[in-house]
Design a protein around this ligand. Structure first.
Ligand SMILES: Cc1cc2nc3c(=O)[nH]c(=O)nc-3n(C[C@H](O)[C@H](O)[C@H](O)COP(=O)(O)O)c2cc1C
Length: 192
C-alpha cells in the first residue's frame, strides 16, 4: 500500500487539479515515499444510498471500486484530497467520495447525539483546491467542508494549497508558487 494516496476530483485529465497532484506526488517521492494517484472519474463509484447500514467499515449497498478504496485509505499514512471548485464547492466527484466514506466514520446511530469512532483517526490529510475566481465574502466552502470533516474523522490536517486564476486546462503551470506549494505539501504529508 502506498504511503500517500492522492484523490483527483476533476474529470479533466492533465487539468489544473491533476497538474498540482503530479507536483505533490513528485514531492512525496523525492522523500523516498511511495505515492499513488487515483482519479475519481476512472472509478466505478456509485452514489451513497443512505441505507445507514455501513457501520462496520464496509458499504452494505454497493459492490464497486469503493470496496478497495476504503481498504486502501485505512492502510495509507496520508491522504491528499484535490478538487477543482465547482459552483463554489468541491466537485461532485469529491463529494461523492466523501459520501461513500461514511463506513469509515464509525457512526453509531443508536445514540443521540450520534457517537463516532472514526477509523481514519490520526491519518494525515492534505487539501489541494483549484479555482478561477477569488473567494467572495462568504469565505471558502471547500475549506469549511474539509476542515469540518477532518475534525469529525479525527484526521490530522497537514496542509492546504488554494490556487486561483486557473480556468483553462493546465493553466496552473504558469503559477510557480502553486506548483512549489503543492510539491511542499507532498513532502510534508510523508515527512517522518
Ligand atoms: C461546472 C464548473 C463550475 C465551476 N465553478 C466555479 C466557481 O464557482 N468558482 C470558480 O472560481 N471557478 C469555477 N470553475 C472553474 C474551475 O474551478 C477551474 O476551471 C479549475 O481550474 C478546473 O480545474 P481542472 O482543470 O482540474 O478541472 C468552474 C468550472 C466548471 C467546469
Amino acid at each position: 500500500m502506498p504511503d500517500l494516496i492522492a484523490f483527483v476530483g476533476s474529470a479533466r485529465r492533465g487539468g489544473n487539479t491533476d497538474t498540482l497532484v503530479s507536483e505533490a506526488l513528485s514531492g512525496a517521492r523525492k522523500r523516498g515515499a511511495t505515492a499513488r494517484r487515483i482519479r475519481l472519474a476512472d472509478l466505478d463509484m456509485r452514489p451513497c444510498r443512505g441505507c445507514m447500514r455501513c457501520f462496520s467499515g464496509r458499504c452494505k449497498s454497493h459492490r464497486d471500486d469503493m470496496d478497495l478504496i476504503l481498504g486502501a485509505m485505512l492502510d495509507a499514512r496520508a491522504l491528499l484530497f484535490a478538487t477543482p471548485v465547482y459552483f463554489w464547492n468541491v466537485s461532485g466527484l469529491m463529494k461523492t467520495l466523501w459520501d461513500r466514506m461514511l463506513p469509515l466514520a464509525g457512526l453509531d446511530i443508536r445514540t443521540r447525539p450520534l457517537a463516532m469512532k472514526p477509523l481514519l483517526r490520526g491519518v494525515r490529510a492534505g487539501v489541494l483546491v483549484v479555482q478561477e475566481e477569488p473567494e467572495g465574502p462568504h469565505g471558502s466552502i471547500p475549506r469549511m467542508f474539509f476542515d469540518r470533516n477532518f475534525l469529525d474523522f479525527g484526521m490530522e490536517k497537514v496542509g492546504e494549497v488554494f490556487a486561483y486564476g486557473a480556468l483553462r486546462r493546465g493553466e496552473i503551470k504558469k503559477d510557480r508558487t502553486a506548483l512549489a506549494s503543492a510539491r511542499a505539501l507532498g513532502r510534508k504529508l510523508v515527512a517522518p
